[in-house]
Design a protein around this ligand. Structure first.
Ligand SMILES: Nc1ncnc2c1ncn2[C@@H]1O[C@H](COP(=O)(O)OP(=O)(O)OP(=O)(O)O)[C@@H](O)[C@H]1O
Ligand SMILES: [Ca+2]
Length: 915
């Protein structure tokens, strides 16, 4: 089957060789057989790290290795029980670290599969969307502008098809494609006009191809080395934390050395002090930090998926939390994208259309679309023919009401909803493309794109060739010279032109989205290029409603509270945009009305920079304008999210800080340029993702605060004790234990904490902000010192009360553990104390603290563990003292916050500018 010169064969022969019916595609059974035979359509299978190596990796840390060596030595010296316990603790630690990293790895993997590319294929006569990896040789793939070609194909249909092949040939100029066989077998790849290659993308037109090679058999597979592999990008925060981690290692190292040196100078044995120092270093270095950050990011990403936001680039998770401007398309994002034609204008009359949704039943009021040459009838015919969408019932194409009998599934539309709407309107008059096409055949097409804002088709009829055009009325009317009326074709006077434009504005003011339709007879010899759109006959206007999404209205309100500026950038008419923007509440607080693409054209960069912060609605823009708008916002230091769907949107999406692509209607090229894909194309989803982004960042701050203040407390306990000449308050094995019970589960539980209420009432944080900003560093410093001093205080108090060394150490040991188990609840909020947050609102945290408590109690009360950990049971006065010192700060701060916040009113409103 492989290495054929497909380009010299006629396409029907290619289909024959590959044993596929070009109009039906393969059968499911055959697909399975071929999939087994040639394997998946993927280039390189990137293997994750094997779990065993992941586990061993937990021991590669330098300090842990030193501790391991010291343990072995102490084992050899006869301290077998000690050595075994330390080993056990280290292994449990490694298991915890392993679980964290493994989870992180797995969630990143599932993330990758979420963003895997798809392909449209024809199988068993039906159009289907499948993962691109499941494409097999012989499949008929359907492609249109913006699609990435999923495998090597031989074209069997190519309508104005242009493909950008720079990924393969380096040539960035798009190549025209055709289906004609070539003469020369040795034609270089770049000139094989009837072939399409995996990894290249369609930039114009549409077509179909039969797959001739998949996976490593493709031209791309042959040079697979050139493909950029999917790198796991580190987020800026992860990079900064890695940096921080290095500093922490250094500082811990210095402090621990100081502890060892002072201890030895004061006459403690070197070996004992060395052991203490190394244990302290192991405890103080937050080696779990990177893994917890990854888990927090991954968990956040999964939460976003549940809310229909699919992250393609991990750094976007952080940037989302900083977003200050969200630029969004109108159609389908802010509106429902379920359109219904409500009004038609033709021959000077206004006709209203009744009916619900996509059900092709409804009445025309104002005229009857019956007579053959009636202008209304003609308008609907053009609407049906200049159209690539399909009416369906449960995914099955239906042509004509008579064929839908007995199928009670709701009507749906496959393809562009705008086209679907006018198809439904035509069907209401009994006009179906499939029926019309029995008498005329489409021979040419100039596809729609958002720069041209129109689309044309050419049909061969019995009376000769006809061009049918539809598009934005302002564009189409410019191309018209006549008008179709009940009396026949008449000259389009300036007065008539104004009349039509007035009707258009009037409809637009009612938030209708309007298309004009026009036609023109062509001579046989005329070439099928843009000239067919000149000198047209105007036939009518079709106005459709597209109601705003209620969720978008809510989301826009939330944006304002959150200090985020919502901006609508639409290709639609100025008045339509204005009416919809009003319904959405888009103008509140905006100093400027709608700005159109034309006005933008006349604005210099300076003008735009000056005004951009005041403008909330742009209309009749082209994708190029979007890029200018993004740049202007960025000059103001704004963090911009920008949506896009069409191929031409890709540059603006790429330029934005957070490029957002439409999952349902977006093209592959735009998706690949994006950082996030909306599973439901809904504006509200972007806002939900921003909320999650803020929550994730909060969570990272929460456990950094927790880990660092606790570790500081541990180090200070030991350091201060050696400094003032006290006996060591904790033994090495106890230090390691503290590290195990406090750093592991509770920190992880903080990483998956829920978002704080009011998180969308704050202004966005600055993108370059330090993780310790807004008072976090002093919070860590103060609490760490309190934990250290508190522990020492309990230790000294124990000795003072005549408790022996074993007892005093047990008291210090327990105070240190419980101080941290209390403190973890404080870390859940920066503004509110434990009483406002509630102790039981994070069940994972409650569970983690419970487990840690039980672990600590067993170490104190189970006799075999007592001998290993050198502990004694505590009596009630000791417990009271410990709990007061450990829990006091949390309770006192909690009360203070409660008083203060109830005094000031609970919500902290965004301090920045409110839009
Ligand atoms: N399939 C189509 N065929 C012909 N003309 C179309 C088609 N779809 C849209 N138009 C016209 O082109 C204009 C611009 O469309 P475009 O897709 O750029 O933006 P939009 O979908 O209207 O709005 P948004 O940019 O908010 O999604 C529309 O207002 C409409 O008049
Ligand atoms: Ca658009």
């Amino acid at each position: 089957m492989r290495q054929q010169a497909w380009h010299v064969l006629p396409w029907l022969d290619v289909a024959k060789v590959l044993d596929v019916h070009p109009g039906k595609g393969l059968s499911v059974k055959e697909v399975h057989r071929r999939l087994l035979e040639v394997g998946k359509n993927v280039l390189v299978v990137k293997k994750g790290v094997h779990p065993v190596f992941l586990f061993l990796g937990q021991f590669k840390d330098f300090m842990v290795l030193v501790l391991l060596a010291a343990t072995v030595v102490s084992g050899l010296l006869g301290e077998i029980a000690d050595a075994v316990t330390i080993l056990a603790i280290l292994i449990i630690n490694a298991i915890l670290g392993f679980v964290q990293e493994y989870r992180a790895e797995r969630s990143m993997e599932s993330l990758r599969s979420l963003t895997a590319p798809e392909a449209r294929v024809l199988r068993e006569g039906l159009e289907q969307r499948i993962p691109a990896a499941e494409v097999v040789p012989g499949d008929i793939v359907l492609l249109e502008a913006g699609d990435r070609i999923p495998a090597d194909v031989r074209w069997i249909q190519a309508v104005n098809m242009q493909v950008e092949e720079s990924a393969l040939t380096g040539e960035s100029h798009p190549v025209n494609k055709s289906i004609l066989p070539l003469q020369e077998e040795l034609t270089p790849m770049a000139d094989r006009r009837n072939m399409g290659y995996m990894g290249t993308s369609v930039v114009n037109g549409r077509g179909a191809g039969v797959v001739v090679a998949t996976g490593m058999e493709t031209e791309m597979g042959v040079i697979a080395g050139m493909i950029q592999s999917v790198e796991d990008e580190e987020t800026p925060l992860q990079k900064r934390l890695a940096e921080l981690g290095k500093w922490l290692v250094l500082i811990s190292f210095i402090v621990c050395t100081a502890v060892v040196v002072t201890g030895v100078l004061r006459g403690e044995g070197f070996y004992k002090m060395f052991f203490t120092g190394v244990s302290l270093a192991v405890a103080a270095i937050p080696e779990g930090l990177p893994a917890i950050v990854t888990v927090a990011l991954a968990v956040g990403v999964q939460r976003m998926v549940k809310r229909k936001a699919i992250i393609r680039k991990l750094p976007a998770v952080e940037t989302l939390g900083c977003a200050t401007v969200i630029c969004s398309d109108k159609t389908g994002t802010l509106t429902q994208n379920e359109m219904t034609v409500r009004q038609i204008y033709s021959d000077g009359r206004r006709i209203s259309v009744s009916g619900q949704g996509y059900d092709p039943k409804g009445e025309f009021h104002g005229a009857e679309p019956e007579k053959e040459r009636d202008p209304l009838n003609a308008a609907l015919k053009i609407a049906a023919l200049c159209n690539n969408s399909k009416l369906t019932k449960k995914g099955v194409q239906v042509a004509g009401l008579f064929r839908s009998k007995g199928n009670d599934a709701p009507w749906g539309v496959e393809g562009d909803p705008t086209e679907g709407a006018i198809l439904v309107a035509a069907a209401k008059a009994g006009i179906w493309r499939e029926v019309l096409e029995r008498k005329q055949e489409r021979i040419g097409e100039l596809p729609f794109d958002s720069d041209r804002k129109r689309m044309s088709v050419v049909y061969k009829t019995k009376q000769g060739r006809m061009a049918y055009v539809k598009g934005a009325p302002d564009m189409v009317l410019k191309l018209c010279r006549q008008e179709l009326t009940a009396k026949g074709i008449v000259e389009l006077s300036d007065e008539r032109r104004r009349h039509i434009l007035r009707a258009n504005d009037e409809m637009a003011r009612h938030a209708l989205r309007i298309l004009a339709v026009a036609e023109k007879p062509l001579s046989e010899s005329e070439p099928l290029d843009e000239h067919v759109e000149e000198g047209l006959t105007f036939v009518g206007l079709l106005g459709m409603i597209d109601p705003p999404r209620p969720s978008a209205i809510k989301a826009i309100k939330i944006c304002r509270q959150a200090g985020i500026k919502p901006v609508m950038i639409t290709g639609d008419h100025r008045l339509t945009a204005e009416a919809v923007a009003h319904e959405l509440g888009m103008f509140r607080g905006s100093k400027s009305g709608v700005v159109t693409g034309e006005e933008l054209e006349t604005m210099s960069e300076r003008d735009l920079d000056e005004r951009v912060m005041d403008i909330s609605v742009y209309a009749r823009v082209t994708p190029k304008d979007k890029l200018r708008i993004v740049r202007a916002f960025k000059k103001h230091g704004q963090v911009v999210a920008m949506t896009g769907d069409g191929v031409n949107d890709a540059p603006a999406v790429k330029e934005a800080d957070i490029g957002v692509a439409m999952g349902l209607t977006g093209t592959d090229v735009t998706k690949e340029a994006s950082a996030m894909v909306l599973g439901d194309d809904n504006f509200a989803t972007i806002v939900a993702a921003v909320e999650e982004g803020r929550g994730i960042y909060d969570n990272i701050r929460k456990f950094i605060r927790y880990l660092l203040s606790c570790n500081l407390g541990e180090v200070l306990t030991m350091f201060l004790a050696t400094l003032v000449g006290l006996p060591l308050p904790l033994l090495p094995i106890q230090i390691l234990w503290v590290n195990l019970v406090t750093d592991g589960l509770p920190a992880m539980a903080l990483g998956v904490d829920g978002a704080e209420p009011g998180i969308m009432n704050r202004s966005p944080r600055a993108p370059g902000e330090s993780i310790f900003a807004r008072g976090l560093a002093s919070k860590i410093g103060i609490r760490g010192t309190m934990i250290g001093l508190g522990t020492l205080f309990v230790f000294v108090a124990g000795l003072f009360m005549g408790v022996n060394m074993l007892g005093a150490r047990t008291m210090a040991f327990t105070t240190l553990v419980f101080s941290q188990l209390f403190h973890v609840f404080d870390c859940r909020s920066e503004e509110r104390g434990i009483f406002e947050v509630g102790l039981f609102t994070n069940p994972y945290l409650v569970g983690a603290v419970l487990i840690s408590t039980i672990m600590q109690l067993s170490v104190i009360y189970l006799p075999p563990l007592q001998t290993i950990f050198k502990t004694v049971p505590l009596v009630s006065w000791q417990w009271i003292l410990i709990l007061c010192i450990a829990g006091g700060p949390s309770v006192l701060i909690g009360f203070g916050r409660l008083m203060k916040n109830s005094w000031q009113g609970k919500t902290v409103i965004a301090k920045g500018k409110v839009y």
